[in-house]
Write a protein that binds this ligand. Sequence first.
Ligand SMILES: Nc1ccn([C@@H]2O[C@H](COP(=O)(O)OP(=O)(O)OP(=O)(O)O)[C@@H](O)[C@H]2O)c(=O)n1
Ligand SMILES: C[C@](O)(CO)[C@H](O)COP(=O)(O)O
Length: 374
Amino acid sequence: MQNVTLIVLCAGNSSRFKHNTKKQWLRIENEPLWLNVTRKLSSYSNFEKVIVCSHKNELNYMKNFCDDFTFIEGGSTRQESIVNSLKEVTTSHVMISDVARACIPKSVIIELLENKDNADCIVPVLNVSDTVVYEDKTINREKVKLIQTPQLSNTKILKESLNTKIEYTDDSSAIKAGNGSIKYIKGSIESKKLTFGDELDSLPSLKAPSNNFFTGTGFDIHQFEDKRDMFLGGIKLPTDYGFKAHSDGDVLIHSLIDALLGASGAGDIGEFFPDTSAEFKDIDSKILLKNIVEFIYNVGYEIVNVDLTIIAQIPKINPHKNEIKNSISKLLGIEKPFVNIKATTAEKMGFIGRSEGVAVQSIATLKYYDWKNK
Ligand SMILES: Nc1ccn([C@@H]2O[C@H](COP(=O)(O)OP(=O)(O)OP(=O)(O)O)[C@@H](O)[C@H]2O)c(=O)n1
Ligand SMILES: C[C@](O)(CO)[C@H](O)COP(=O)(O)O
């Protein structure tokens, strides 16, 4: 066993990527990119521990995918994510890689490890063969290096070097600033970092996402309460009673959220928005749905269609169906024909039949974002 921990940084926002799906969640067949990258890197050597540093919104979801790694919540910058992850590192050395470098060859990992004791930080680099202009002046390209990851560092020295308020863009810059020694090894074109949305062609060796469909169901029920506004499907209905709830009580949106979470395997509404939290008291459920829709797109899905059945003795739903459909279509970011709203009474049976409340049953279908065909 190498006295080395592997950290894969997956906590970024992909803000320059500008696809609805974050780059770490692109699917390679059925596997998210972060898992594909971490599995490949961890198979290249005998690491003592493998840490996956995850965005706080995705930490619990990521944990569903694999029991073999340690999952750590990242910070708001790459450096903060490293500092958080380093708290779990007890080995003498640590290898840190960006998930955004998806196709690192095994030879780079082997060479890094072979050089482990030759400096405080071992860094793969590429030389530059194009002319380089800096602020309108052509500079000596022989002196320019393109710095890649993974970088292999002495853990103690890296921890000390990062005990600073200065933000470094990579580990070697921090170690160098603390007068640590650096050894450069040959990097690889295949290790190119995926940064911008139009760079997807830089992953030719990765397989396209599977064309599977994913289905989830949702169900929610709310009792009426007098003198409350009634919200259903994100619109306000003209009644003098609403729903008893911790939030605004939009039973349709809550049911739909559960269907979306079900289809993506992400748990249920209570895991995202606990009804014990003051933050969600009387909250507009449209905000909750927008949050979940962003999550669903971020983690690699597109919404195919939803079908919602409202079970209500009162109020009458038919006059409002079209408005609800428009509202849901807008909130989900899908065309109206892919949102179906049905309504039925309970034939005066049971508590819904006695006009004590409303239930909504939902089904949602998702597919993976097809990043190969964009
Ligand atoms: N708070 C952060 C920011 C970045 N990273 C990781 O650091 C690497 C840097 O690559 P980059 O292309 O900058 O990724 P993002 O930060 O996601 O991209 P952007 O800056 O465009 O939002 C990525 O693996 C990213 O997941 C991280 O773990 N935590
Ligand atoms: C660490 C890094 O990959 C080295 O090239 C790079 O600096 C990280 O990229 P970012 O865009 O600064 O996050």
